[in-house]
Design a protein around this ligand. Structure first.
Ligand SMILES: Cc1cc2nc3c(=O)[nH]c(=O)nc-3n(C[C@H](O)[C@H](O)[C@H](O)COP(=O)(O)O)c2cc1C
Length: 202
């Protein structure tokens, strides 16, 4: 049985195009034996990272106060979910030329020195076991491979840093550029997801 972790960050719920692409990918895998764990950041947001939470990470578990235990549990739980997954699927809307801040807040919990990365004399080393990560990117305009795409370069750097290198970026772009452009973008993204599903759920 494959464990798949789904992370949604659209503020539009079922109308969110990134969420619809995730649903399409999961439907492609419906016939496979897949256990899905879902985090919907629109329904269950993670707070902005603050120093008291970082301090809880730096405090040895046995020495943590009750408050620090609760704070550290936020990141511990998210890292455990990523570690337990055979594959991760992430919805990435573009909001104001960037990741949704909801998603950034979650990623801030995944970068933990000594847990998901460490520094060596040769540079940083990711500590998570590598696994496929599929990003469903939904955008009103068109940015792929251009200088205004702040999302994909950041996501590559971030996920490589924690040890995840099998990254698949599926773009649905031009969604606000008229119904024909939107339909064509969604169709081609769905076709790409269909191909990815063949190996992701195998
Ligand atoms: C607050 C907000 C900001 C947006 N900013 C951008 C943007 O900077 N560039 C862009 O191409 N589209 C932008 N859009 C359009 C979204 O990228 C598009 O609606 C996409 O479908 C969002 O993903 P979702 O449907 O999964 O939420 C924005 C939409 C919203 C609601």
């Amino acid at each position: 049985m494959k464990n798949v972790l789904v992370i949604k960050s659209s503020i539009s719920g079922d109308n969110g195009k990134s969420n619809q692409l995730i649903a399409h990918l999961l439907a492609e895998g419906a016939a496979a034996a897949v256990s899905v764990t879902e985090i919907d950041l629109n329904l269950n947001p993670v707070a902005h990272l603050a120093m008291d939470e970082i301090a809880s990470w730096m405090t040895p578990p046995a020495d943590r106060t009750a408050e620090q235990q609760a704070l550290a549990a936020v990141s511990d739980d998210l890292i455990a979910k990523v570690a337990a997954a055979d594959a991760v699927i992430i919805g990435v809307p573009m909001y104001n030329f960037a990741l949704p801040s909801q998603l950034k807040a979650l990623l801030d919990r995944l970068a933990r020195a000594g847990v998901t990365f460490k520094y060596t004399e040769q540079g940083p080393v990711g500590l998570l076991q590598d696994k496929p990560v599929v990003f469903a990117l939904a955008r009103g305009g068109i940015y792929a491979n251009g200088p205004a795409d702040s999302q994909v370069p950041f996501l590559k750097t971030f996920f490589n840093f924690i040890g995840l290198t099998q990254l698949h970026f599926v773009y649905a772009e031009g969604l606000n550029m008229g119904p024909e452009t939107a339909e064509s973008a969604l169709n081609s993204a769905q076709a790409e997801l269909k191909e990815i599903a063949k190996t992701l759920f195998a």
